[in-house]
Structures are given as C-alpha cells and as structure tokens.
Design a protein around this ligand. Structure first.
Ligand code: UDP
Ligand code: MG
Length: 348
C-alpha cells in the first residue's frame, strides 16, 4: 500500500500526447522545489491520440503517478471531479495538462496554503496567445458571473488552484451533473485567497473548448449559481405592461384629436407581435435550461464511468464514493497495484 502523500496533483487529459512528457517534467521540477511527498493523478478523459499509452508508460516508471481512465469522454469538469474523488493528499492541486497553467506556480500556491488558506486560486493577470474574441468573451463572462451569482466567484480565475483536503471532502459530496468547479469551491467557503500569474500559450495542440462547449459551460455556470435569468422576467413583464398602458393612452388621445384613420398600425402590430413572441420564446428557452438541468439531476446517473485505474493506492479507492460502476470495473487492468484488487474483493 502506498503512503498518503502530502500533495495530490490532479490533471485532466483529453488528447494531450505532445504535452504529457513536458508537463510531467515541469511537475517534477516544481515539486522537487517544495521537497515533500506528492502524487500525480492523471485523468484520461477518453483520449484517442495515444495519450493513454503515454500515461501508462509514465506511471510504470514513476510510482507517484496514478492514472484514472474513463470509458469515454465525459468532459473537463467531470475529469477534474474524478481526480478529486481519488486524491488522497492533504492538499489537492488542480491543473491543466497543456502547460497553460504553469506548474512553477505550485510552490506559491502551497506557501499560501501553509499560511492557513484552504483555497488558493490562481488569478490570470494576463492571457498570452489566445484569440481576441476568447480573451474578450472570457473577461465578460467572468464579470457577468461575478455580478449575477449569489456567491463570491473571483474574476479571471480558472480551475487552476489548490484546495485543502477538507474542501475536497465537501466537493466529493457535491454530485451535481452540470459542474462549475470554480464556483463550487467558492461555495464551500473557508479562507480563500488568490495568487496572480501569466497564463501562457498552449505548448502543443488545440483548445478542447470550441465556442459550442464554452456556451454550454457558461450556461452551466449561470444556472448552477443564479436564478437571475428567471427573476429578470418579472421586471421585463412589468415594463411591457406599463408600456402597453402608455401606448394605449397615447393612441386613444391621437385618435380622438386627429380622427379615426390616424392609426392604421398593421405593420406596427406585426412587428410588435414578432418581437414579443421572440421575447416569449427566449424566456421559454431560459426556463427550459433550468428544467432540463433539474431533469438531469433527478435521474442521478453516475458522473463518470471508469474503465481502468493504474498505480493508485488502496486508500484512494476507498475514498471515492461513486461505487455503482466502480465496483465492477475498477482496477481490472491495473498491473501496478495488487492492493487495489484486494480492496475490490473487500467491497464485494
Ligand atoms: N480536457 C478534458 N476533457 C475535455 C476537454 C478538455 O479533460 O473534454 C482537459 C484538457 O486536456 C486540458 C484541460 O482539460 O488539460 C483544459 O482544456 P483546454 O486546454 O482545451 O481548455 P482551455 O485552456 O483552452 O480553456
Ligand atoms: Mg488549455
């Protein structure tokens, strides 16, 4: 059985074959500077480019690496969730595997944790090499979220952060399917602080967040932490009601003073009808977003399905609570950890 490490590094990976080795090297360098024990948990989120084989190779050569491999692609936020589920460290560090989150910042995150903060998030002071619209939309997005949500989600922070084991324990209990992890860690509370850094360009490969996924992600963020889109309807309905009174009054006066034929208004009527219908359909869409998410939550499917794990300690298997699919599938393909097979035997 492996001893409990001081730090768990959690890295979600979806087709990062060209990044894995340099990423691993940077992690080793950063943590050697800290000089305490650690594990690196790589979550393979359905990669198809040989990333998985590379992970297994790395895990074979380094006992500190654990690999959790999904049965298919479940998405970035879910991959991070799995990493947290399995993490055993006293602090868990969430970091992307494409080196956009510099591992060199980790010692500074750890220093703040040692100062007594339970959450230390990395704040993007500058974003390098990202398209103009991505920078602008990200800036707007973070500010909008900050304004309309009830919790205090700091602007310009991603998931790159350190969380104390206590925070990780709370996150393990939050099984919502539409996940906005940076909001969820803010929700937990405790003492939180930020450390600024420069967000680098991707070292290799393309972003896995095309516009479509970013919009879905933004909708998850808003619906997870705010009822503002639902509440705003009452104001709009009041404004429209007042407007209709006003317009009715004006038209009556005009007709009385200027004669019957003054206000034909067919074109106006059609335009208004279309405009108001579009308002209504838009708000049906808004309601639908909440309804669909409620439906998803009520189905309560497991968040992810694990196909295989490699190089994990026994305790980490006990740690995670998504037992349904796990008991059947966990560790079957794990050549490195006999302890895990025993754990599986105990569970059944
Ligand atoms: N990722 C993942 N599953 C996905 C999409 C992304 O595990 O479905 C990983 C990806 O490999 C990377 C991290 O999540 O390590 C962040 O993704 P990406 O760099 O594409 O996002 P961006 O930095 O462009 O916002
Ligand atoms: Mg990236």
């Amino acid at each position: 059985m492996k001893a409990r490490p001081k730090y768990s590094i959690v890295a979600p990976v979806f087709n990062e074959a060209g990044n894995l080795r340099p990423f691993y090297a940077e992690i080793v360098k950063a943590l050697e500077a800290v000089g305490e024990s650690w594990e690196l948990l790589i979550v393979n989120d359905g990669s198809t480019d040989g990333s998985y084989e590379l992970m297994l190779e790395l895990a074979k050569a380094d006992q500190r690496i654990g690999v959790i491999s999904f049965a298919r692609n479940f998405g970035h936020q879910v991959a991070v969730t799995a990493g947290i589920d399995y993490a055993r460290g006293e602090a868990v560090i969430l970091i992307d595997a494409d080196l956009q989150d510099p591992p060199a910042l980790i010692p500074r995150l750890i220093a703040k944790w040692k100062d007594g903060y339970e959450v230390v998030y990395a704040v993007r002071a500058l974003r390098k090499g990202e398209r103009f619209w991505k920078r602008i939309s990200a800036k707007l997005f973070y500010r909008l979220i900050h304004r309309i949500t009830d919790i205090n989600i700091p602007v310009d922070t991603g998931d790159f952060r350190l969380i104390d084991a206590r925070v990780a324990a709370v996150l393990r209990q939050m099984r919502e399917h539409h996940r906005f992890i940076r909001g969820m860690t803010s929700w937990v509370g405790y003492k939180q602080t930020g450390v600024e850094y420069v967000r680098e360009q991707r070292v290799w490969g393309e972003t896995k967040y095309p516009l479509r996924k970013m919009i879905a992600f933004a909708l998850d963020a808003v619906t997870s932490f705010s009822f503002f889109p639902l509440q705003i309807m009452i104001y709009i309905s009041l404004i429209l009601a007042l407007l209709s009174l006003l317009v009715g009054l004006v038209i009556s006066v005009l007709r009385l003073t200027m004669g019957e034929g003054f206000f034909g208004g067919q074109a106006t009527t059609i335009v208004l009808l279309l405009l108001l219908s579009s308002f209504q359909l838009f708000f049906l869409f808004v309601i639908g977003q909440y309804v669909a998410r409620s439906y998803d939550e009520s189905r309560d499917r497991p968040l992810y399905v694990v196909a295989a794990t490699t190089g994990l300690g026994e305790a980490s298997v006990a740690n995670q609570r998504i037992a349904v699919t796990m008991e059947a599938s966990v560790n079957k393909n794990d050549p490195l950890a006999e302890a895990n097979l025993e754990a599986e035997g105990d569970a059944s």
